[in-house]
Design a protein around this ligand. Structure first.
Ligand SMILES: NC(=O)c1ccc[n+]([C@@H]2O[C@H](COP(=O)([O-])OP(=O)(O)OC[C@H]3O[C@@H](n4cnc5c(N)ncnc54)[C@H](O)[C@@H]3O)[C@@H](O)[C@H]2O)c1
Length: 245
């Protein structure tokens, strides 16, 4: 059976864990050729398994290294039709205790990281008739939450960066962001480790459950195919009904 991503070559950051890993699994199953990027080598190898997917160990903040690695990845695949930026970090801390280093690092990884990756991938994406950029932002881009000044600012920046990309890079390149609510991944272990906390988080949303990585991966698939061919520059909440309340 034909896969929805047959013939498409896609670079995924944050592919060593959580959503990035599941996006890699789903996209590979849909026929994509993938380049997986993360700073965590062991996690990347676990994601790739024995599939022969290309893995690239790199920190998205390291601009020269990203330039080199993305160029290598695009050359090895014979081009790039899409990028998914899933690498990210979260530090929840009240503003009084938010250290400048933490602020700097969240902005660097969550906002400048996608900038570095898109800049490096652009010469490849430009060559294609239909290229896609998917940035994993957060509901924190849409609404304030306690203790997330740095994280929310980085994700709101990422969502607006994505809209501006949609303007500047269209019509042949589309750019969209996904805004997940609480999704079960290593990043949210602090919620999952406390059953009462997890239950409260589920009760808060219309669909009465925490999100799963599959929920986000399916949205990333939609944005990476022609099925979303007239959609660009949007923020799609994948949050069970949280951010609209
Ligand atoms: N889990 C949630 O509830 C949730 C909600 C909203 C948004 N998000 C966002 O979704 C994305 C994926 O998060 P996740 O939940 O899968 O987390 P995760 O911690 O499971 O995975 C994040 C991955 O990013 C990688 N990474 C972090 N910093 C990096 C860097 N500087 N360079 C390269 N790789 C780096 C990590 O090694 C890890 O493999 C992140 O951008 C996160 O901010 C997560």
């Amino acid at each position: 059976m034909a896969g929805k991503l047959d013939g498409r070559r896609i670079l995924i950051t944050g592919a060593a864990s959580g959503m990035g890993r599941e996006i890699a699994r789903l996209f590979a199953g849909e026929g994509a050729q993938l380049a997986l990027l993360d700073r965590d080598e062991d996690g990347l190898r676990e994601t790739a398994g024995g599939s022969g997917m290309a893995v690239h160990v790199c920190d998205v903040v390291d601009r020269p290294a990203i330039g080199k690695v993305v160029a290598e990845a695009g050359t090895a695949l014979g081009g790039l039709d899409g990028v998914v930026n899933a690498a990210g970090i979260l530090d929840i801390v009240q503003f009084d205790d938010l250290e400048p280093e933490s602020w700097d690092r969240m902005l660097a990884v969550n906002l400048t990281g996608p900038f570095n990756v898109v800049k490096a991938a652009l010469p490849f994406l430009r060559r294609e008739e239909m290229a896609t950029i998917v940035n994993i932002a957060s509901v924190s881009a849409l609404m304030p939450m306690a203790g997330t000044a740095g994280y929310s600012a980085s994700k709101a920046g990422l969502a607006m960066f994505t809209k501006c990309l949609a303007f500047d890079l269209g019509p042949k390149i589309r750019a969209n962001s996904i805004c997940p609510g609480v999704i079960v991944t290593p990043m949210t272990h602090y919620i999952q480790d406390n059953p009462e906390h997890a239950q409260r988080a589920a009760d808060r949303v219309a669909l009465k459950r925490l999100g799963q990585v599959e929920d986000v991966a399916r949205a990333a698939l939609f944005f990476s195919t022609e099925e979303s061919g007239f959609t660009t520059g949007i923020e799609l909440p994948v949050d069970g009904g949280f951010s609209w309340r």
